[in-house]
Ligand binder design. Sequence first.
Ligand code: ADP
Length: 329
Amino acid sequence: MTTAAKAPIRAYSGIQPSGAPHLGNDLGAIRNYVALQERYESIYCIVDYHALTSVHDGDRLRRQTREMAAALIALGLDPNKCTLFVQSHRPEVLELAWILMTVTPVSWVERTPTYKEKKLTQPDDVNHGLLTYPILQAADILLPKASVVPVGKDQAAHLELSREIARAFNHKFGETFPEPQAVFTEAPVVLGTDGEKKMSKSINNTIDILSDAETIKKQVMSAVTDVKRPLKSDPGHPEACNVCQLHKLVNPDYKELWESERNATTGCADLKRALAERLTAHYAPARERYQELLAVPHEIDSILGDGAQRLLPLVTETMHEVRERVGLA
Ligand code: ADP
C-alpha cells in the first residue's frame, strides 16, 4: 500500500451490496471515497451483514456483493491505494458489535430515523437486525479506529450515534476509540427523479450510472422538472428544478443551460436529453471497466480476499485491547 506519505488519519465507509450504485451514491459518497484514498489511509467495506436485514436470498447477496466491488473499483477505488473488503470476511466486527450493544441504551437505537423508515418500507419484515443496524455500523467504524467517515447526509444521525457509542465505551472503560466525524461532498443529498425524495434504491427514483445509455435516458426523461413552468414558452426556475440542480453537479457549463431555461430558449425535455447524454458520456469508461471486471470474478474475489487479510493485524490489535478493557481477556 502507498500509505507512507499519507496523513496519520484513517477513513472508513461502508456501502450495502444492493445492486450497482446510483448517481446519488456516487455524488454523495463514492466521490469522496476516491478523493480520500489519496490523502488518508482508507478502508472501504461492502457491508453484507447489514444487507441481510433486507435481502434473504443467498445467491442474490453473493452476486450483488461482487457487483458492488466491481462498481467501486470501476468508479475509481484503487486497491493499491485503499483497502476494499467484505464485512463478513472480518467477522470480528460482530464480537465488537455485541460488546457495544451492552453500552448502548435501547432508546438510542429506537429513535434512529432509518429504523422508523424501514418499519414503513418493509412492514412485513421488521427484523431485529433493523433495530441493531446502527450499532453494527458503529462497530464497523470503530473496529479499525477510523476518525473520518465519508457518507451522504442521510447517514448523519447514524454517525452521531456512533460518536455517542464511542463516548459511552470510552467513559466506561477508558479512552479506546476516536469519535468518528462524517465528511460530506458538495452534494450531501441528491434528490431522485421524483424531485422530492432522496435518490435511493429502495424507492424507484434512481439514475443507474453504470447501466446502458438507453436505461439512463429512460430514467432521466422520467424526471420531474420545473413544476412552476407548465408551458415551454414560460420562463423557467432553475433553482427549483431538480434536473437543473443535477446539471449543476455534473456539468461545468450548467450556467448557460440555466440561462436558456430562464429565458425559455430551451424546454425541460431538452434539458433532460442533455443530462442523459452527459451522464452517459461521463460514466462510459466506468461502465466499460465494470463490465470487464464482472467477467473476471476471481480477480474481484482476490482483491476482496487481500483486503480482509490486510486488515487482520489492525483488527486483532483493537479486539485484543477491547477484550482486555472489558474483562474478556
Ligand atoms: P441507498 O439509500 O440507495 O440504499 P446506501 O444506503 O447503500 O444507498 O448508501 C451508500 C452511500 O451513499 C451512503 O454513504 C449514503 O449516505 C450515500 N447516499 C445514498 N443515497 C444518497 C443520495 N441520494 N444523496 C447523497 N448520498 C447518498
